[in-house]
Design a binder for this molecule. Structure first.
Ligand code: TXA
Ligand code: MG
Length: 343
């Protein structure tokens, strides 16, 4: 089918309560009519996602947010005006129209306007906001091509719209605005520096209660092969195995023999690295390696989201990163400086 016809068909499926995988600029989503609780329940079922993990509601225009939420704080408005459509999700107080299953019973709802022509046409044609998580089985890497979706959920979804590879490659940045206070819930495709250049300082300390974004679970976005992030070339342990893969940021000299090397960006470009991240890990993950060594990258701009996903993939998210999220005032760059606030 050509694009318009495929989208028309997909929208019809959504309107009838079906579920459709579709491309966004970040990763592929698995969508259902956000007002249809039964259809949304099927999304949870297909993904085997726990019901306490809320979904993002996707809109085709900022005007459509008003009827989903109680209010839009001015800082949230500033961000959506500046960065939508784009890889930014805002968490706001929920209105009454959204069924509880979408938000896992929370008083808040996550909303985003994606920057992808197919996603936007699908939402418009469906004539409803679309609730969609990433289109992967729960806990596994998000899909950045239609092929990834087909491999993992192919027989369980009603349709997959193929829009090619996702240009951003990591999920959206999530910012909540409760009690008027912007807080980073998940670093993502929109760098924190850009957000802070518009609204000033954003709280990056972790929330104490249950994870409000289960993307915050220590082991999430995880491949089957163990990933090691903190390693040393000289460590004797590593030379014992013949079957190790390397996930490198740039082409780098190293003295270990790897069975396979994936390079995220030859020229060291963060955008390119983010766009290649999940595909590169997937490629390594199918090789039956004993171990994947990942090269740490600078936590600047998109590097923050990349390192976040690598830590979760390696299961070390909360073990080693207290400094990373400690929000120390002296390391903080007030106005969207180019450096990370870390160190
Ligand atoms: O880029 C993206 O955000 C992609 C594309 C498809 O839009 N979507 C995505 O959805 O990554 P998902 O479900 O894989 O991740 C959404 C995250 C989850 O960790 C969820 O817990 C969090 O958003 N979230 C959703 N609603 C929330 C809420 N009301 N409060 C706090 N966190 C929320
Ligand atoms: Mg996900």
């Amino acid at each position: 089918m050509d694009d318009p016809q495929a989208i028309y068909h997909a929208a019809e499926i959504i309107r009838k309560g079906g579920i459709v995988a579709f491309p966004t600029e970040t990763v592929y989503g698995l969508g259902a009519d956000a007002f249809n609780a039964l259809a949304v329940a099927r999304v949870f079922e297909v993904k085997q996602r726990p019901y306490f993990d809320p979904l993002i509601v996707h809109v085709a225009s900022p005007d459509n947010v008003e009827k989903l939420v109680k209010e839009i704080p001015s800082n949230a408005k500033k961000l959506t005006e500046r960065f939508w459509p784009g890889p930014l999700t805002v968490v706001l107080l929920k209105g009454d129209t959204i069924p509880d299953i979408v938000t896992a019973g929370l008083p808040t709802v996550a909303v985003r306007m994606p920057n992808h022509p197919m996603a936007l046409s699908l939402i418009k044609e469906s004539r409803c906001p679309i609730a969609a998580p990433s289109a992967n089985p729960f806990g596994y890497l998000s899909p950045t091509t239609a092929e990834h979706v087909r491999e993992q959920l192919g027989d369980r979804v009603d349709l997959i719209l193929d829009g090619g590879a996702c240009p951003v490659g990591v999920e959206s940045t999530i910012v909540s605005f409760l009690d008027g206070k912007p807080r980073l819930l998940r670093p993502g495709g929109l760098p924190l520096e850009e957000i802070e250049s518009v609204i000033g300082r954003v709280d990056v300390s972790p929330t104490e209660d249950r994870p409000s974004a289960p993307g915050m679970f220590p082991r999430h976005y995880a491949p089957r092969t163990p990933i090691l992030l903190d390693w040393d070339e000289k460590s004797g342990e590593l030379s014992k195995s013949e079957n190790i893969g390397l996930l490198a940021f740039q082409e780098a000299e190293n003295h270990l023999k790897f069975s396979h090397v994936e390079i995220l960006s030859k020229k060291g470009d963060m955008r390119e690295a983010a766009a290649n991240l999940f595909t590169a890990i997937r490629r390594l993950d199918v090789l039956n390696l004993d171990l994947i060594l990942a090269e740490p990258i600078p936590e600047i701009g998109l590097g923050r989201a990349i390192m976040d996903r690598l830590r979760r993939a390696s299961g070390t998210r909360f073990a080693d990163d207290s400094s990373d999220r400690s929000d120390s005032p002296d390391g903080h760059i007030e106005n969207g400086g180019k450096e990370s606030r870390k160190k």
